[in-house]
Design a protein around this ligand. Structure first.
Ligand code: NAD
Length: 360
């Protein structure tokens, strides 16, 4: 069987980090006997320069005809003065919509070797933290009715509407349950059901489908409490499933407790197995082309790609264990440096991870 993966390097460090990530895919293929067919396409600033648009139709068609898509990062100062709909970042919204991706998965992992990078106290994170935030991506208040009204007394008001259908809640909840099944089988649904009607529907809908997943332990938490618990006792969480706006805020909070943007991977999924995998960071123009970028977020995005789109769990774990062993051996890119560590560049970090994969 051949797996087709479309790679969108994008701009800035996107090019360097996807180069390392694709080398990892090739090594996994050789080691584990899989046939990966990789092809590159244009997206972001480079696509604007060559075609006038951040997401050319040809790129979207290639992505749709793939088993998975790996994206580096897009954007840079060269394109900052263009109108909003023609900027590289417009391609990000367009590709998510074009591929029907409604679930965003963001893990937040504190590796024992990087515990000093976390802003949390050592006793709070001892033993490591491993959380997956599943955020609904195409509904809720970011897409609801909005507007402004001037009251009869001349005071101006504005409103945004949080609205969810049972269909939208059910499909994101199933992503959460399925993800929990592949992990520690604990799902925390976060809402504000003590106040919001949309949250009450959210909770009812999740409770209705919970019997389909008897092996997953489901619990519920109000969003204000969840925000507190993430910094008070993050080890209690396995998978969190939540709405677009709550997920936006909680996934940023969860990622910051890990301490480094160069380590954060993400996945966006739709109803089939096709997914888009990318690091959380941007194109980092300040360090682009200098062999300084940390490729680990993109390499860990490959692990998610193998797990969620190709169901290659053992291969995904191989990558994760290789990253952990390179960190345990004291190698660091400059962004995650600490005392008594060996500083390496983008290419060398990629090579060390591939060496560890081959040795495992
Ligand atoms: P950024 O994430 O690119 O960089 C923020 C800081 O983190 C910089 O100091 C950078 O050097 C550092 N950094 C980021 N990734 C790193 C890595 N892998 N290794 C080491 N250091 C790393 O965010 P920004 O500076 O706000 O944005 C730069 C450009 O990227 C903008 O054009 C922005 O719109 C775009 N952007 C794109 C995406 C995406 O493609 N998904 C996401 C965010 C920002």
């Amino acid at each position: 069987m051949t797996y087709t993966i479309t790679v969108l390097p994008g701009d800035g460090i996107g090019i360097e980090v996807t180069e390392q990530a694709t080398a990892v895919i090739h090594d996994i293929g050789k080691k584990c006997g899989h046939d990966f067919y990789l092809r590159e396409a244009l997206m972001g600033g480079c696509a604007i320069d060559k075609t006038g648009t951040p997401l050319p139709e040809e790129t979207l068609a290639l992505c749709k005809a793939s088993d998975a898509v790996l994206l580096g990062a897009v954007g840079g100062p060269e394109w900052e003065t263009l109108p909003g709909n023609l900027r590289p970042e417009a391609g990000l919204l367009a590709i998510r919509a074009g591929l029907g991706l409604y679930a965003n998965l963001r893990p937040a992992v504190i590796y024992p070797a990087l515990k000093n990078a976390s802003p949390l106290r050592p006793d709070i994170i001892s033993g490591g933290v491993d959380i997956l935030v599943v955020r609904e991506l195409t509904g809720g208040i970011y897409f609801g009715e909005r507007g402004r009204k001037t009251l009869p007394d001349g005071i101006e008001t504005a409103f945004d509407t949080e609205q969810y259908s049972t269909l939208e809640v059910e499909r994101i909840a199933r992503v959460g349950f399925e993800a929990a099944r592949k992990r520690k089988k604990k799902l925390m649904s976060v809402d504000k059901a003590n106040i919001l009607e949309s949250s009450r529907l959210w909770r009812e809908t999740i409770l209705k489908i919970a019997p389909d997943y008897p092996d997953v332990e489901l619990s519920h938490m109000y969003v204000d409490n969840a925000a507190m618990q993430l910094v008070r006792n993050p080890k209690q969480f396995d998978v969190i499933v939540t709405s677009n706006i709550f997920g936006d805020i909680l996934s940023d909070e969860a990622s910051q407790i890990t301490g480094s943007i160069g380590m954060l991977q993400s996945a966006s999924l739709g109803s089939g197995t096709l997914g888009l995998y990318e690091p959380v960071h941007g194109s980092a123009p300040d360090i682009a082309g200098k062999d300084l970028a940390n490729p680990i977020a993109t390499i860990l995005s490959v692990a998610m790609l193998l797990r969620y789109s190709l169901s290659l769990e053992a291969e995904a774990e191989l990558i994760e264990r290789a990253v952990e062993s390179v960190l345990d051996n004291g190698f660091r890119t400059p962004d995650i440096r600490s005392e008594n560590t060996k500083i390496v560049g983008t290419g060398e970090m990629g090579r060390l991870i591939r060496e560890a994969i081959n040795a495992l």
